[in-house]
Design a protein around this ligand. Sequence first.
Ligand code: NAP
Length: 224
Amino acid sequence: MARKIAILGGTGAEGSGLAYRLAKAGEHILIGSREASRAQETAGLLRERIGGSAQIQGLDNPSAAAACDIAVLTVPFSGVVVLLKQLKSVWKQGTIVIDTTVPLAASVGGAATRMLGVWQGSAAEQTRELLPASVSLAATFQNLSAESLSADTPVDCDVLVCSDDEKAKQVASELVTKIPGARAFNGGKLENARIVESLTALLIGLNIRYKVHGAGIRFTGLST
Ligand SMILES: NC(=O)c1ccc[n+]([C@@H]2O[C@H](COP(=O)([O-])OP(=O)(O)OC[C@H]3O[C@@H](n4cnc5c(N)ncnc54)[C@H](OP(=O)(O)O)[C@@H]3O)[C@@H](O)[C@H]2O)c1
């Protein structure tokens, strides 16, 4: 049976962009939402946009998390703790969680160009604490803008993947390469997510100063 990828918070900008790209690449997507009806609406719009045999369903977050093999976390940082506590007993053993969240001050009403201090060091390390040990975690996609994901052109961004789990890192990297234009790079341990997350605040500042929407990063001197 084909694997299922849940996008928790998939009704939002980043989640629906990732769902669009991954469904277009042939993945079976479960959009998750706090309200199943919102998830179904987003799933319907994406199916219509992609056409053909796109496999996209809408469910509430716990149902999507329970049914998936891979879950991508795309809710604002301010909602992560409550959501992951709700999901604690729901995960199947061996599920891989991919965290895209960035602790931007904007998620609690502050500036989008500033980071919040997170006791654990990063949003990803906080997520690790809130997942059962039987679930593995990789952090990636933090620097890939929703604007770029929702377009039909290749994205212009390299994507760092950080994890302490080799399988999770490999699966997350493989998903990155399903998005045209995106190159996946091994970002090292999960603790490096604190560096990657903070780059997003910098990119948002560049978007503002240069009046663009999809500033990204590219590395030189590395081949994939
Ligand atoms: N936007 C970007 O360009 C971008 C780029 C890289 C990374 N990210 C990261 O991706 C995540 C989502 O960003 P976004 O811009 O897509 O955010 P968003 O559109 O504001 O929110 C995404 C979805 O999360 C759900 N949500 C909102 N508040 C919630 C809460 N308190 N608890 C649980 N769920 C909640 C909502 O879905 P329902 O109401 O349907 O539940 C919403 O549609 C963030 O952590 C962000 O840092 C975003």
